[in-house]
Design a protein around this ligand. Structure first.
Ligand SMILES: Cc1ncc(COP(=O)(O)O)c(C=O)c1O
Length: 413
């Protein structure tokens, strides 16, 4: 899959992956061979949903020739159909410099697929102490069983990560901002150090959805995102993706195929539908989240707002230098309360759902306990900590909801 996807526009023009995000989101993956009739005299807007396990061949010669190519050839359901190829092409266009993208049945499966592409028994892996919890579990669980040694590092270490490299270090995992605590990493300095030492890098870019931060351009070898969040955007799809450089894509794809990772045409179509409105939703969610974050910052009961665009956030300078915007997910630390008081804050919220995940059109809120996940310590909340995922509701309604919740917290003193 080439990074510069092309398709004829309405009047026969051509769209490229270097178009503005809204333009690319509207056009990506709508190749004529996936949408038009055989004569080329008419077509449909969206690549259709292809459901496939068996592919039938007219002749043995056709079967043998499909076997030679396998990718972007109808070969067997697991190797995809035009629906999944269209989504892959759309995602590749979000990461300039990427050779291609693979799809996975969840964000966690994407992380697993990328890590297994890079690591062998006896090798050493560095992961940020603020990594998404299942990434840490995988590193210290299954990967340890396979003979890989994982080590946590301070997410704000920057270029000094080079001091952690060992002769057998093979992969540096990055996640920026970090889960729950939102540290923004110095990705360019860290990828430069890794490149110099011949160490591969994998970035979890889910927060920025490859819109507000371009991981491959910043020197990463592989960039994953949980499409479950912003790309699908409607809280009804589980899916992940990894985009990779020309140097890494072959290995990534071969690993995904060996592991049997694939997604259905139905779900790929849902993710593509989400993709069309991704930049528009993100713009609105960014705006609302910033309004709410600034409002929270001014509340007497709020100790800290962990939003990368606010100076309170660790690594804020990196965000300012490297990101083109922010999304709708951020953390809050209150001055009072503890996890045991969470029902007082959360149970009566009327516009925020209580639930895991994020990036959907609807707002969510959960209590968090990042201090329990840290291996290196360093996060000491003064009171109850929480995470908000701001959706598409009117931000003033959300503020009114949070205002009531803060009043309830005042009662516990
Ligand atoms: C930062 C981050 N990465 C990856 C994932 C995993 O995605 P999924 O839930 O699709 O497995 C999540 C899910 O919460 C996440 O927050």
């Amino acid at each position: 899959m080439g990074g510069a996807g092309r398709h004829p526009g309405r009047h026969g023009g051509v769209s490229h992956s270097h178009d503005k995000p809204e333009t690319w989101a509207a056009a990506a993956g709508r190749r004529p061979e996936w949408t038009q009739n055989r004569e080329g005299t008419g077509g449909i807007v969206n690549p259709p949903v292809w459901r496939a396990s068996t592919i039938l061949y007219p002749t043995i010669a056709d079967m043998d020739s499909a076997n030679q190519r396998q990718d972007e050839t109808l070969f067997y359901g697991r190797k995809g159909t035009p629906t999944t190829w269209a989504l892959r092409e759309a995602l590749t266009g979000l990461e300039p410099g990427a050779e291609g993208t693979m799809l996975y049945p969840s964000g966690v499966a994407a992380i697993t697929g990328a890590m297994l592409a890079a690591l062998k028994p006896g090798e050493h892996l560095l992961i940020p102490d603020s990594a998404y919890d299942p990434t840490t579990h995988l590193s210290h669980g299954l990967l340890r069983q396979l003979g890989v040694q994982a080590e946590a590092y301070d997410p704000l270490i920057g270029g000094a990560i080079a001091g952690k490299f060992r002769p057998n270090t093979r992969l540096l995992v990055l996640e920026s901002p970090g889960s729950l605590t939102f540290e923004v990493q110095d990705i360019p300095a860290m990828t430069a150090a890794a490149r110099q030492a011949g160490i591969a890098t994998l970035l979890d870019n889910t927060w920025a959805a490859s819109l507000h931060f371009k991981g491959i351009a910043a020197g990463c070898d592989m960039v994953m995102q949980a499409l479950t969040k912003y790309v699908a955007g409607h809280s009804d799809v589980m899916m992940g993706s990894v985009s990779a450089t020309p140097e890494w894509f072959g290995r990534l794809r071969s690993t995904a195929w060996q592991l049997g990772h694939c997604v259905s045409g139905d779900e790929a179509a849902l993710a593509l539908r989400g993709f069309r409105t991704l930049p528009v939703r993100m713009a609105r969610q960014q705006e609302s989240a910033l309004k709410i974050a600034h409002w929270l910052k001014a509340q007497p009961l709020v100790e800290r707002v962990l939003h990368p665009a606010l100076p309170d956030c660790p690594g804020h300078e990196n965000w300012k230098r490297d990101f083109s915007g922010s999304s709708g997910l951020f953390g809050v630390v209150l001055k009072t309360g503890s996890r045991a008081d969470a029902p007082i804050f959360f149970d009566q919220l009327s516009h925020f759902g209580i639930g895991f995940s994020w990036g959907g059109y609807e707002s969510l809120a959960i209590p968090t306990s990042p201090e329990k996940l840290r291996k290196l310590g360093g996060f000491v909340p003064s009171g109850l900590s929480l995470r908000l995922s701001i959706g598409l509701e009117d931000p003033d309604d959300l503020i009114a909801d949070l205002s009531e919740a803060l009043k309830r917290m005042e009662s516990i003193g």
